[in-house]
Ligand binder design. Structure first.
Ligand code: ATP
Ligand code: MG
Length: 608
């Protein structure tokens, strides 16, 4: 390919719309163009990168025994109603684009394909003899993300590889899950990415075990907590740790029972309360009021108690709430904090925010009519306190030295807190969690029988009974991965593509195209490289050498063969983009020198 034919427009300055390096560079180097928020055109160079990533994915999935297929993106709402996910994906914070067709039938644009593939399996897979099966596809997915951002990292239209496996038993599912884990590690290494496997929350996809693959990068949206010994790594959404022990209340303050009244004028925050009375935040039980909205229209007020020095983990909370009420009220659509304003809107009585305690009764809910009650959830760090300080449910007043039994509450501690860096690990309290940022490029799930049970997708076992399939699903964000590679491989001058996914392998640059000798040698090298199976790009533009070198750095092609003044003596300069190392070579020796290097680099980081 010739640069003059490439529609290449590079930008000198960072576009205002981009915040992180990889997004800026892909725009500046002419790889992508934004059409609307979260919607991008992949220009020819980008498409070459995406095809290469897809090919690596394809080869490893094929090698692991998966079958490539292509499933519909337009999906009937009824399929999603059957699995119970239509409302959760379309109402509230749901991310499925959905529409009516001319016959007024409802359809969704596929954000994921569990429903479609499970219905196919129910149709086609009848007997244990046909199992296991693992189907995959590489396709555009649609998600109406609440905050599309960072270019291809969080698009509303993006390319995903998704795979779905069907099994007769759980052991077989575990085997395929392990095979996908190995395939994923090979895929990321071949693409030149340093990726880390971490324990993950299963989110709206559901199921039991799940693991994410994170490309470590400062611009990552996810926080990873890991132990220095390498035995534990988890997304903060799910991570667990040992909280620091609470500072015990001074003996004289441990009233026990229902606690002593404590005047706390204007001390509505934990900081004010602690500063005013010489307390430590771990001696306080704080109470959060929230409202959970469900698919069936039910609004459930929540009263969540945490130790004063702990932060609520919203993902753990949502899991706890839907685990308790999902069967009765359907999908959990949203959990939002109750504020004085929203209390009024929800028809509830005003409450003394800042002075609430876990002993708050259900009376304030009577304002809404009926017999509503709080769902009361207590984090284990709060439940474990013997005596504590908490709000008295009156303005400017707390209780000192209260205890759970003294308040008449029987509590069961749950894990609702957010683990933080520096905290001790569960598996070894000597180890303290370290934090790093990551970009989620892949996610594998053991779904178990969630979808097959809901959608009555069954097969006949060897013993002759009918049972729902065991299922797994396995995603890779192909377009996100390509941008993550830029996030991990760039410098101040531009992109430094890992060779395995670079749009081209070698850029041939005649310094002065008007020099007939240089032009001829460059053409010859360009031909020779292509003859030898090397993906070469020729910068045949009549730009100044400086412009071409700058663009070359920006584009990030791993090798550059510069044909300059040395052309007269049959010499070229070979430059490696990632380390800027350069050497002069006889043009005739270029191929022999370069081919073994390319051969090794095409394997990415596979050999360490
Ligand atoms: P996230 O937590 O980042 O929103 P997710 O957990 O919802 O992602 P999955 O359903 O696990 O995503 O999808 C599989 C893979 O698809 C993800 O690991 C990620 O690499 C990619 N992906 C998900 N959403 C997007 C998006 N909006 N844009 C680009 N890639 C995405
Ligand atoms: Mg995920």
């Amino acid at each position: 390919m010739r640069v003059s034919r490439l529609m290449l427009v590079t930008l000198r300055d960072d576009p205002a719309e981009a915040e992180i390096p990889s997004h800026k560079l892909l725009l500046r180097a002419g790889y992508i163009r934004r059409l609307a928020p979260g919607i991008f055109a992949y220009l020819p160079l980008m498409w070459r990168v995406l095809r290469k990533v897809s090919q690596v994915v394809r080869e490893e999935m094929d090698a692991a025994g998966a079958l490539e297929t292509l499933l519909p993106q337009l999906q009937p709402a009824d399929l999603w109603r059957h699995s119970g996910r239509w409302a959760g994906y379309t109402a509230g914070e749901g991310i499925m684009f959905h529409l009516h067709d001319r016959q007024n039938r409802e359809l969704g644009l596929g954000p994921t394909h569990e429903e479609v593939v499970t219905s196919l399996a129910a149709d086609l897979l009848r007997s244990y003899r046909q199992l296991p099966v693992n189907l995959y596809q590489i396709q555009t997915k649609f998600r109406d993300e609440i905050r599309p951002r960072f270019g291809l990292m969080r698009g509303r239209e993006f390319i995903m590889k998704d795979a779905y496996s069907f099994h007769a038993d759980e052991a077989c599912l575990a085997q395929t899950y392990a095979a996908m884990d190995r395939a994923y590690r090979r895929i990321f290494a071949r693409c030149g990415l340093r990726a880390l496997a971490v324990e993950a929350d299963s989110g709206a996809i559901g199921g039991s075990a799940s693991q994410e693959f994170m490309v470590t990068a400062d611009a990552g949206e996810d926080l990873i907590l890991a132990s220095p010994d390498g035995h534990y790594a988890a997304n903060q959404e799910r991570a667990q740790s040992l909280a620091e022990p609470a500072v015990p209340l001074a003996v004289g303050l441990r009233a026990g029972g229902a606690g002593e009244p404590l005047a706390t004028p204007g001390q509505a925050t934990i900081e004010q309360l602690c500063a005013g009375h010489g307390l430590h935040a771990s001696q306080v039980v704080k109470v959060l009021l929230l409202l959970a909205r469900f698919e069936d229209g039910h609004d459930q007020p929540l009263l969540v108690a945490l130790r004063g020095d702990q932060q609520l983990n919203e993902v753990k909370l949502a899991n706890a709430v839907s685990g308790r009420l999902g069967a009765k009220h359907g999908a959990l659509l949203e959990v939002a904090a109750l504020t004085p304003d929203s209390l009024t809107r929800a028809g509830l009585d005003p409450l003394p925010f800042g002075f609430l305690g876990p002993q708050l009764g259900d009376e304030p809910l009577a304002g809404g009519g009926g017999t509503r009650s709080f769902l009361r959830l207590v984090d284990h760090t709060a439940a474990e306190l013997e005596t504590f300080v908490c709000g008295a449910n009156q303005p400017d007043r707390h209780l000192l030295g209260a205890s759970w039994s003294g308040l008449g509450l029987n509590v069961e501690g749950l894990d609702l807190r957010t683990a933080q860096r520096g905290e001790r690990c569960l598996h070894d309290p000597q180890q303290r969690l370290e934090a790093s940022r990551g970009i989620e490029v892949g996610h594998i799930f053991q779904l178990g029988r969630k979808y097959s049970t809901a959608m009555e997708a069954c097969f006949t076992t060897e013993a002759g009974s009918s049972e729902p399939f065991w299922m797994g699903c396995y995603g890779i964000g192909v377009s996100r991965l390509a941008q993550a590679a830029v996030e991990q491989h760039h410098d101040g001058n531009g992109i430094c593509w890992p060779l395995a996914i670079a749009p081209f392998e070698v850029l041939v640059v005649p310094a002065n195209i008007a020099d007939a000798g240089q032009a001829a040698l460059a053409e010859r090298l360009y031909d020779d490289l292509q003859q030898a199976g090397v993906e070469a790009l020729l910068d045949d533009r009549s730009e100044r050498a400086g412009v071409k070198f700058k663009d070359g750095d920006l584009l990030g092609i791993p090798w550059r063969a510069v044909v300059g003044r040395g052309a007269a003596e049959g010499r070229v300069e070979l430059v490696e983009r990632s380390c800027a190392g350069s050497q002069e070579l006889p043009a005739d020796g270029l191929l022999a020198h370069l081919l073994p290097l390319l051969e090794r680099q095409r394997r990415g980081l596979l050999d360490g």
